[in-house]
Design a protein around this ligand. Sequence first.
Ligand SMILES: [Zn+2]
Length: 393
Amino acid sequence: MAHNGACRLCGASDFEVVQREALDLAGVGATALSYGVCLSCALLQQIDSASPEQRERHYRFFASDSGPAGNATPVGTPAPHTQRMMEMLREYLPAARSVFEIGAAAGHALYCLREAGYRVGGCDPSRLAAQQAAHVFGIEVLPAGLADALPHMAGFDALYLSHLLEHLTEPLAALKLIRGAVKRGTGLVLEVPCAVAPEDLPPGWFTFEHVSYFTEATLTRALGRAGFRVLHTRVRRGVFLYPVIAAVAIAHDAEEPSASDAERASAIAFARAVAARDAAIWAETARRLDRLEGPVVVWGAGVHSSQLLAHATGPWQDALIGFVDRDSQKWGARLGRHFIQPPKIITPDATGPSIVISSFASETQIAADLAALGVPESRIVRLYDGREIAKAA
Ligand SMILES: [Zn+2]
């Protein structure tokens, strides 16, 4: 059970479980996960989760969409999430002149903030990310986890957390540590995925990497309990890859707000709808894959592929001969019964194994890359393109 079976926000121990999954994760191994709603505070969260060692291993070696990507470049245009958060910062914390980012990765957001005139600082547990920030952007990112970075936050006007809080196993404890490190009145701007509109969510939205699934209400309460008064929240739908919620707050006194019965009921209905939609998408995916003839290679060995193996079960898995991934750190590791190999094993012959693209976010790009390698269209299998259920997401 998560956190000794206690809710990550309020410590209660009764949950409405909506989904269970047994995932085999590349390089990490078997993990049993479950997702559900706390019957006290209404936070949707992982209940059974991976061990701290497994999470550490995943983020150090195998996370494909976080940490140092190896392609950090000094581009001047802020990423969409950075633009959204900078807008909130300017609008609701206009007096802030300095910003400290917790989980700064390779420093791209800090670079954009510095270009916009802020004094910047940050921390990230990845030493490689900190090196990239210095090398690519000339920004000093402290190679440190949260606890070691706390003394460095005090002199800043605002704290910045971009898509970090949902990854933390103990979000409230982390927010309390942060609150304790800064003086009253210090600003905070953050963005996380928003638990809203099941029809807008990609398959596999309940994921190993995301421990908490916040709404405006649960995020506001988490911040309030930690001693941050929320000034404004903004939910955005229709943004890539799923709806998000941004919040601006200031360091203040801690509060103990509680959830209403209506909110609990609504959170449970939402979580059930997500689980039902997810099951429908994976079942349709399995039907598609079962129609393939001959051997199958899956392109991509990330969390999506682990979910595919766990949820899209069927005879196609007997025809699976292996996984391919661009990330050299994964080569030689196992996913299920198979080893992960470099893309060069794929040859552009007219006939050969079907290549199933296992990615919701990057399907179009990967298909284009395969076509560029000379792989014929007849061998490229897209799981989401042209599907009604995916179009809505
Ligand atoms: Zn709770």
